[in-house]
Write a protein that binds this ligand. Sequence first.
Ligand SMILES: [Zn+2]
Ligand SMILES: [Zn+2]
Length: 300
Amino acid sequence: MSIANNAPSGQTPQLNYRTAIGLGLIHLGAIAAVFPVFFSWSGLAVAIVAAWVTGGLGITLGYHRLLTHRSFHAPKAVEYALAVCGVLALQGGPTDWVATHRKHHAFSDRDGDPHNSALGMAWAHIGWLVLANKDRVKDGEFKRWAEDLQRVSFYRFLDRSMLAIQVLFALALFAIGGWSWVIWGVFVRLVLVYHVTWLVNSAAHGSGYQSYASGDRSKNCWWVALAAFGEGWHNNHHAFPSSARHGIAWFEFDLTWLTIRIMRFLRLAHNVKIPTPEMLDRLRLNKSPVMKAAERRGVV
Ligand SMILES: [Zn+2]
Ligand SMILES: [Zn+2]
């Protein structure tokens, strides 16, 4: 069975060997967690904390809401610390991640989108990474999508050192907690954060509801939002990409928005952007309950 892909029609897509083998080995490492010899409660705790630090603070808060969309500003030391947390998620250096995600917004769900969900959930989840993908940002294109990051020497250093930083982190865990901490704190945690991040590209472009006219298939999906630190309110995000707040309705809990509010209180975040009531009204799709009830009764 082959999954939908963006190879020219009739051609079998090639594997992206480097990524496919790398992700395969990391998943194999995570499977080692089924052996009781590798289990420890402290290892589990390390995995949970590291998942939040790398997935919540690194990818969601740092790479996504700060570096990609500049939805708030932070002191340089805070910005750089968040970028280091992002690098530890092993999803690419800041320039690659930001460029890919900005391109996703520019071509959302159509030709040109690096993880175009119109090609199916399997492609949007993992196929786009492990198969040849004509829509990934190519070497000569990073200047177009992420020149602001390319100009910063610290980000160029992180781009080059992603793997070395992960190995150093693994060695530190091994020195403190042995193999249990490495299996749980590196392999299980990486796999968990990978799939949570990828669910934003797949499930949150497929299942859920739309509150705002975003012009694409993005959805608000409550279970992705819970797993992905607020990122599942993805239709809101595509409608208002530069908003620091993704959960807009009162019931749309957004842990990262809560984090940004705490940072603002501590003066670690400023220029925090959120949509104005007029902006929300302009794109709002769902009618008020009063209007819906009137429609049901055939009054309007
Ligand atoms: Zn999206
Ligand atoms: Zn985004």
